[in-house]
Design a protein around this ligand. Structure first.
Ligand code: GRG
Length: 299
């Protein structure tokens, strides 16, 4: 066997598959109601790192999953992610005007359209998860849909957002920050990896738990790095308003422990993530590379 392709080549090929899946499932802009469909497409197709679908692909490789299935599972997760960013940017939440280097959806369209576009993206995610074959049998697929719903709901991402909103103006301890982010950002990242693994049928419960543990550490590392970048990067590089969390009185890892220790924390979480999947050997190459990408990223 020759050298594996570079991480860049691997991720470009998977990104192309996810974009194709998203293009396929999003309603065309000329279908009525046109403005709503245009807003949905604007929120989803305007860039983004697609970290969650890439995690699904990397975990899918451990489980021998078919790429077409993983692309649809990854697209479903990305639709939920796009809805969450869209609603997070609304005036009743973060009230932000810039996302992925462009005006946020409610600025480009209007608030009511943006709200509805988020609602419709969430519904579309579950439609996709139910409509396309993701697993060998219906029971396995039902469990995947349940997992996605639970990760997006009040015991997952939406719950984390509620904790986040309630924390404005308070400094949280590191365990409190961790609790918030395990829900707000971590739940969907974990779901992405586990769904990718479940698209294959090669992993038993113990191995799935290892993928989940990896994704829990990676999800936290992702958030710590997000806080570091928010304090130490530029609006031009990130394509979103930097320093906004501090300005809005939101607790962050940087405000809790400072930049240097936050960077150390991210590196430590990366090591824990990689240790969690040590048993998979070379099959976990892409999971290891993604952990590196998440911790070393500059945007
Ligand atoms: C509104 C129910 C509801 C939830 C919103 C995820 C979230 C909850 C809000 C996003 C706020 C935020 C900036 C969190 C920091 C981590 C994060 C999720 C960053 C954005 O994700 P990326 O970096 O974005 O993957 P791209 O644009 O690359 O897709």
């Amino acid at each position: 066997m020759g050298e594996p392709e570079s991480f860049d080549a691997w991720s470009h090929a998977r990104l192309a598959r996810v974009e194709a899946a998203l293009q396929r499932v999003l309603p065309a802009p000329d279908i009525a109601p046109q403005r709503l469909h245009e807003a949905m497409r604007y929120a989803v197709l305007g860039g983004g790192k697609r970290v969650r679908p890439l995690l699904a692909f990397a975990a899918g490789e451990v489980a021998g999953a078919e790429p077409d299935r993983v692309a649809m599972a990854g697209a479903a997760v990305e639709l939920i992610h796009a809805y969450s960013l869209l609603h997070d940017d609304l005036p009743c939440m973060d009230d932000d005007v810039l996302r992925r280097g462009r005006p946020t959806c409610h600025v480009e369209f209007d608030e009511a359209t943006a709200l509805l576009a988020g609602d419709a993206l969430q519904s579309l995610a579950f439609q996709v998860a139910a409509e396309y074959r993701l697993a060998e049998d219906g029971i396995a697929q039902l469990e995947m849909i349940r997992l996605l719903a639970s990760a997006a709901g009040s015991r997952g991402m939406a719950g984390g957002q509620a904790i986040d909103l309630a924390a404005i103006g308070r400094q949280l301890s590191v365990p409190e920050l961790e609790f918030m982010h395990i829900h707000k950002t971590g739940a969907l990242i974990r779901a992405a990896a586990v769904l990718g693994a479940r698209c294959g049928n090669g992993l038993d419960a113990g191995a799935l738990a290892q993928v989940d543990a990896y994704a829990k550490f990676v999800g936290l590392a992702f958030q710590v790095v997000d806080d570091v970048l928010d304090a130490d990067s530029s609006t031009a590089t990130l394509g979103k308003t930097v320093g906004k969390d501090a300005k809005d009185g939101k607790p962050t890892y940087v405000s809790a422990i400072g930049l240097v220790r936050a960077r150390e924390l991210a590196r430590g979480l990366r090591e824990e993530a990689i240790a969690a999947i040590a048993g998979f050997g070379e099959r976990a190459l892409r999971l290891r590379q993604l952990a590196d990408f998440i911790v070393l990223r500059k945007f």
